[in-house]
Design a protein around this ligand. Structure first.
Ligand SMILES: NC(=O)c1ccc[n+]([C@@H]2O[C@H](COP(=O)([O-])OP(=O)(O)OC[C@H]3O[C@@H](n4cnc5c(N)ncnc54)[C@H](OP(=O)(O)O)[C@@H]3O)[C@@H](O)[C@H]2O)c1
Length: 337
């Protein structure tokens, strides 16, 4: 296969900047790289291993000649432009939620359901970053014992919301650090909020995403619906709660899983250790800080369920910008190459 013409759409964003790094780290075969973003960034020069590249305005970009387009500019941009790129001959790997649940769009976690990647119509979807982390731990257990039910609570970092949220946490951490005593007696003053409705600095927001039906958030619905699609278990029951925590990078998930047969913690640890892209940390608890900048999803605290023996409780954590987004998107492109 000769080198490919690659475009990153959303190249200036939190995911886009990691896409730029990971493409070169993995020596992806690139003939020409184009970087696209909004009108605001058009004309900006970004240094890459292929030299300086000028950012193009997505609205004006001609997709002719692009082989692989890595979209990471939000659902509205994907809905507006992804089909236009695919019709011009590109395979689009889309990081947004725009197409994930469409029946003719594969939803691929590389290492879990790779074979589905080829069944595309020009667009392949990259799953939600929290779902991705959970699937890396759940899939090896499902393959061996048949997953039937899952309760999952996420601890999602701010980079999962993008660059503005990273700035918001940085600013609020500084704001609250000026008067630490106020955090003890409740006299803290409301900081400026931009991305999140409530302060994220030194706080926890038990509501990640936007409200949809029945008091659930869209993040929670993605965790349920995408898990069913990726594992191909329409009857899987999932009880999701998504929480935003004051962490820069790394989404953690505490999950309880029930199977068609009993699974012991030792068997679970063996199965997960043998799977690609995931590590069991038995002697040291894996935290978001450990996951940041790493390609592997880390799994710790594998325990037998208490209420009814035979199920598994575990903790999984992964870099949401890498395996949760950029790395998996590039791994999908590698499957096609
Ligand atoms: N962050 C994660 O962990 C993560 C994980 C999985 C999936 N995703 C998905 O990836 C996408 C990007 O997320 P992010 O975290 O990288 O967000 P971000 O940091 O806010 O970056 C957004 C990117 O989209 C571009 N963009 C915004 N409006 C645009 C427009 N009208 N036309 C063209 N480009 C536009 C921005 O360009 P400008 O700089 O010019 O504004 C920027 O490059 C989202 O769909 C998100 O759901 C994110």
């Amino acid at each position: 296969m000769s080198d490919l013409n690659v475009a990153i759409v959303g190249a200036t964003g939190a995911v886009g900047s990691v896409l730029r790094d990971v493409l070169f780290e993995r020596s992806f075969p690139i003939a020409n790289l184009r970087l696209m973003a909004s009108e605001r960034s058009a004309g900006m020069i970004i240094g890459t291993a292929l030299g300086d590249i000028e950012v193009e305005n997505l609205d004006l970009a001609d997709p002719t000649g692009i082989d692989i387009a890595l979209f990471s500019a939000g659902g509205d941009r994907s809905r507006q432009h992804a089909r236009r790129f695919a019709d011009a001959g590109a395979v689009v790997v889309d990081n947004s939620s725009a197409f994930r649940m469409e029946t003719d769009v594969p939803l691929v976690v590389v290492g879990v359901n790779d074979a589905t990647a080829t069944e595309h119509n020009g667009i392949i979807a990259n799953p939600n970053c929290t779902t991705m982390v959970l699937m890396m731990a759940a899939a090896p257990l499902h393959r061996a014992a048949g997953l039937r039910a899952m309760t999952a609570t996420s601890y999602q970092s701010v980079s999962g919301t993008g660059n503005r949220a990273i700035s918001e946490l940085t600013q609020q951490a500084q704001w609250f650090s000026k008067t630490p005593e106020a955090l003890f007696d409740g006299t803290w003053e409301e900081p400026e909020v931009d991305v999140y409705a409530r302060p994220i600095g030194w706080n926890v927001l038990p509501f990640a995403g936007s409200e949809v039906d029945g008091g659930y958030t869209d993040e929670e619905m993605k965790l349920r619906d995408e898990s069913c699609k990726i594992l191909d278990i329409p009857s899987l029951t999932v009880e999701p709660t998504c929480v935003r925590v004051p962490v820069m990078v790394g989404h953690g998930v505490a999950a309880t899983m029930w199977f068609e047969r009993s699974v012991s913690p030792d068997e679970a640890a063996d199965l997960i250790s043998q799977a690609p892209g995931v590590e069991v940390w038995a002697d040291k608890v894996a935290t978001p800080l450990d996951s940041a900048g790493r390609d592997e999803v880390l799994v710790s605290r594998i325990r037998e369920t208490l209420s009814e023996p035979g199920g598994i409780n575990l903790w999984a954590v992964g870099d949401n910008l890498r395996k949760g987004a950029a790395l998996n998107a590039i791994q999908i492109a590698e499957l096609l190459v």
